[in-house]
Design a protein around this ligand. Structure first.
Ligand code: SAH
Ligand code: SF4
Length: 400
């Protein structure tokens, strides 16, 4: 993807696939986040005979992703020698939980430390009958959407597949969601959905996101269906078709404006791939069924993109695309150059979109008391550290 990417810090370009078994790095290799093929290659490199590779890979996979076991010694159906070999060559390491906050409404926010001392956030949002994990794909973001606080962060690096899968495993650890041998599996899943809507632009970290989602979707492990995973992009057009074929999850697009002039300002990547080009890519996005709608995310900014005329233009633009429109009340942050649209305005906008035949939910604010909000992830912690006052504006967490 980098050939299409805007200039980025050298750190991104050299970001290693830390978990790749081929890397000739000293020290144990972390197996978390390796695809099945990579796991097999790691086991082969450690001397597993070819005839046993398939079976060993399958066994290990189940221990790691079905049972959530992190200690090789506890993998009881593996030969003792083999367990010792695994322990000497490999680790099963997750990002370290630096801080964990639980909102009065049950929303949980994890501040995680990844290699190099960088920090990212993951947010768990429980709802009736489902639970959504909002996962980060990068430390910070190279893009600079003017309403998004993540875009103001200086530090950027891609997360590895292991660090992305690790976010899900951390949440399952914390929620106590791994199955217990001998006990019936719970009916309802706690982490039932994943949205790639945390920090970062997932399509600028394509391979790691793809591999991580392959691990998450694997039926013998975490086993989330492709329809329970939604990738949100700011509009990286070449990545969109690739996402359909190589990841196969649902797609959300941060649309946010109905003219190129306004979208150029809000989502600057629009200068590279303007609205018409983006819409064509979305029209071409292959779906297995028409029920798989594309989500258009639309942040409501007072006086900027929230007029009736905008709403009418929006429905004209997306005509013919199986779509739903998620209206996101802007999460204000200190120094933000925008205000949230008044509720009556958001409702009037939603009404026009709805009457044109599209679902137009207004996202419910969640986790306000712990600042678990889109566009505010990690910024609150950084402010704490800087010793500045907490923002007066309430943080909002939104779910689709
Ligand atoms: N980079 C990807 C995914 C992460 S952002 C993308 O832009 O799509 C997830 C969503 O939160 C996007 O729709 C983004 O536009 C929105 N968002 C960012 N900052 C926000 C804020 N301050 N208030 C409301 N939504 C915000
Ligand atoms: Fe990056 Fe998405 Fe924020 Fe834009 S909205 S700066 S793409 S995280």
């Amino acid at each position: 993807m980098t050939e299409h990417a805007p200039p980025i810090t050298p750190e991104v370009r050299v970001a290693p696939r830390a978990a790749a078994p081929a890397a000739a790095v000293a020290g144990p290799v972390n197996l978390i986040g390796l695809t099945r093929d990579e796991l097999s290659a790691a086991l082969a490199a450690a001397g597993t005979p070819a005839g046993q590779l398939r079976m060993r890979t399958g066994q290990l996979w189940q221990w790691i992703y079905h049972w959530g076991v992190r200690d090789f010694a506890a993998m009881s159906n593996l030969a003792r020698d083999f367990r010792a070999l695994l322990a000497s060559r490999f680790t099963l390491a997750l990002p370290e939980v630096v801080r964990r906050e639980v909102s009065a409404d049950g929303t949980r926010k994890y501040l995680l430390r990844v290699a190099g001392g960088h920090e990212v956030e993951t947010v768990y949002i429980p709802e009736e009958g489902r639970g959504t994990l909002c996962v980060s794909s990068q430390v910070g973001c190279t893009l600079t959407c003017s309403f998004c606080h993540t875009g103001t962060q200086r530090l950027v690096r891609n997360l590895t597949a292991g660090e992305i899968v690790g976010q899900l495993m951390v949440a399952r650890d914390d929620l106590g969601e791994w199955p217990v041998p001998g006990q019936p599996r719970r009916e309802e899943r706690l982490v039932s959905n994943v949205v790639l809507m945390g920090m970062g632009e997932p399509l600028y970290n394509f391979e790691a996101v793809r591999d991580a989602m392959a691990v998450v979707m694997d039926g013998e492990g975490l086993a989330l269906s492709r329809r329970r995973i939604t990738l949100s992009t700011s509009g990286v057009v070449p990545g969109i078709a690739r996402a359909a074929t190589e990841i196969g999850c649902l797609l959300a697009v941060s649309f946010h404006a109905t003219t190129d002039a306004v979208r150029d300002r809000l989502v600057p990547i629009n200068r590279k791939w303007p609205i018409a080009t983006l819409l064509q890519a979305l029209r071409d996005y292959p779906r297995l069924s028409n029920s798989e709608r594309i989500t258009f995310e639309y942040v409501m900014l007072d006086g900027v993109n929230d007029s009736d005329e905008d709403a009418r233009r929006l429905v004209r633009l997306i005509a013919g695309i199986p779509a739903k429109v998620n209206l996101i009340p802007f999460n204000e942050w200190p120094g933000a150059p925008y205000r949230r649209s008044p509720w009556a305005r958001i409702e009037a906008f939603a009404d026009i979109v709805f009457k044109a035949g599209y679902a137009a939910p207004i996202r419910t604010p969640r986790g306000e008391d712990i600042m678990a909000a889109c566009g505010q992830l990690k910024s609150a912690t950084e402010r704490d550290r800087a010793g500045r006052a907490a923002p007066a504006a309430a943080a909002r967490l939104s779910v689709g």
